[in-house]
Design a protein around this ligand. Structure first.
Ligand code: BG6
Length: 462
């Protein structure tokens, strides 16, 4: 028997640009995702995505049928404030207001991410997050959200995967952006995002009774061997990838190991007088985090080369380089699968920060097949979740205060850089990278299985 509380938030996640489509409908402005120029061959853009904007009522009804207790989604900044600053788009407010009401009608708790990789184009034009004007713009945007939805939303997330935007900008923000920006600018942008997140947190506490937290991608880091050098590599990578992004919001201090890496790479950013006070004040109520896999590193060797995606390919000269873990299997898209590592990550988070934790993403991207009978037999997805739940329950048993689990994703949606063919949902969306068709929805086998898990509050995961 496990100790899952009665009000545990069994949920599922999506993000606006990957799910909504309607990229220029009803006054929406363009975001950096809408203006991305190069997509890998055979990979769709984000113009239609899963067309949730035109299916939202049907989608919420499906979520209710699935039995979701919570739905984590993001709001498109450019739907609310098309130019990033200035005029508010009433149509955008109306869309999310209706969505929130519809969710509440079915007792589904909305968990809203304020910003998930889709900075307004107009802000990108002035340098994006490297420009401190973005901090004020975000604070103002957060104010508009809290004014309009703060009465109905209990949980907010400020920024999704701030660490991945800094660590692998090419995967998340596109090749052009990554090529334009130096390491120092990247971490200046990161500092400015921390400030924006802290200001939104302060505002949320002033204006509402809601709870708010960040949503980085956090994972346990293994040394490749028991050599002291590899252990040093693991300490450095863990600090740079994980703790840098939580020590600051939670304790108001910059992680020294991470700063040392930046200093050695001539990438130390500017901190203005008053910044640290704001950062100390904006404390989260909980930690949201995304978990897909663990990472293994060894001491950096100069001759090596490596490509990048969110889960692998990290390297920092003289500190670490990421390597495969032979103990783990891989998904069809090459991501290592580590359910035991989920438990380790939860325990590490708990012991380091002593805050309630919300899992905001976890899941498996696969080439799902729609059969002629309209079925999707995704047994591999069921097994992936079964294995993760086993260790999640053990972590809770060992004292981790996990209050919700929102896997990625509720519905199929367009991956950050690998198109719609990389499917994550419990609900299949019938379109391909080349043909958007009608985006008809189909329940996968994992839908029935997850429904049973939720109905039994996690007692029946067979
Ligand atoms: C996280 C993001 O990086 O992982 C999501 O928050 C993303 O936006 C998810 O979709 C899975 O990654 P990918 O690259 O397979 O879409």
């Amino acid at each position: 028997m496990h100790k899952i509380k009665k009000d545990f938030l069994w949920g599922a996640s999506t993000s606006a640009y990957q799910f909504e489509g309607a990229w220029d409908t009803d006054g929406k402005g363009k975001s950096v995702q809408d203006i991305k120029k190069s997509f890998p061959e055979g990979v769709t853009d984000f113009k239609v995505s899963s067309d949730h904007y035109n299916h939202w009522k049907e989608d919420v009804a499906l979520m209710a049928e699935l039995g979701l207790k919570a739905y984590r989604f993001s709001i498109a900044w450019t739907r609310i404030i098309p130019n990033g600053v200035g005029e508010v788009n009433e149509k955008g407010i109306e869309f999310y207001s209706n969505l929130i009401d519809e969710l509440l009608k079915y007792n589904i708790t909305p968990i809203i991410t304020m910003y998930h990789f889709d900075l307004p184009e107009e802000l990108e034009k002035i340098g994006g997050w490297t420009n401190r004007k973005c901090i004020d713009a975000f604070e103002n945007y957060a104010k508009v959200l809290l004014e309009n939805f703060g009465d109905r939303v209990e949980y907010w997330l400020t920024i999704n995967e701030q660490n991945m935007m800094s660590l692998v900008p090419e995967a998340i923000l596109g090749k052009e952006k990554a090529e334009q920006i130096s390491l120092k600018e990247l971490y200046q942008a990161n500092h400015n995002m921390f400030l924006a997140s802290a200001k939104a947190t302060i505002l949320c506490h002033k204006m509402t009774k809601a709870k708010i937290g960040p949503a980085p991608n956090i994972t346990t880091i293994y040394p490749n061997s028991n050599s002291p050098e590899d252990y040093y590599a693991a300490i450095n990578f863990s600090a740079f990838r994980n703790w840098f992004f939580l020590d600051l919001p939670v304790y108001g201090i910059y992680n020294k190991v991470a700063l040392n890496i930046l200093e050695k790479n001539n990438a130390m950013f500017d901190i203005l007088p008053g910044d640290m006070e704001i950062l100390k004040e904006g404390k989260p109520d909980f930690i949201g985090f995304n978990y897909y896999t663990t990472a293994t590193v060894k001491m950096y060797e100069k001759k090596e080369n490596n490509s990048s995606n969110q889960q692998s390919g990290a390297k920092m000269e003289n500190f670490y380089i990421q390597t495969d873990n032979p103990n783990l299997s891989k998904t069809q898209f090459g991501w290592e699968v580590d359910p035991y590592g989920f438990k380790n990550t939860l325990i590490e988070l708990n012991e380091r920060y002593h805050l309630p934790v919300l899992l905001t993403e976890n899941g498996i991207g696969a080439y799902d097949k729609l059969t002629d009978e309209g079925k999707i037999h995704d047994q591999y997805r069921i097994e992936y979740y079964q294995n993760h739940f086993k260790y999640m329950f053990e972590a809770i048993e060992e004292g981790v205060e996990l209050f919700g689990y929102c896997p990625w994703s509720a519905f199929d949606l367009v991956s950050t850089h690998e198109g719609i063919k990389k499917r994550y949902g419990f609900i299949y969306v019938d379109r391909t990278d080349d043909d958007v068709k009608e985006c008809k929805r189909y329940k996968k086998d994992s839908f029935d299985w997850y429904k049973k898990v939720i109905d039994s509050n996690g007692s029946d995961i067979a």
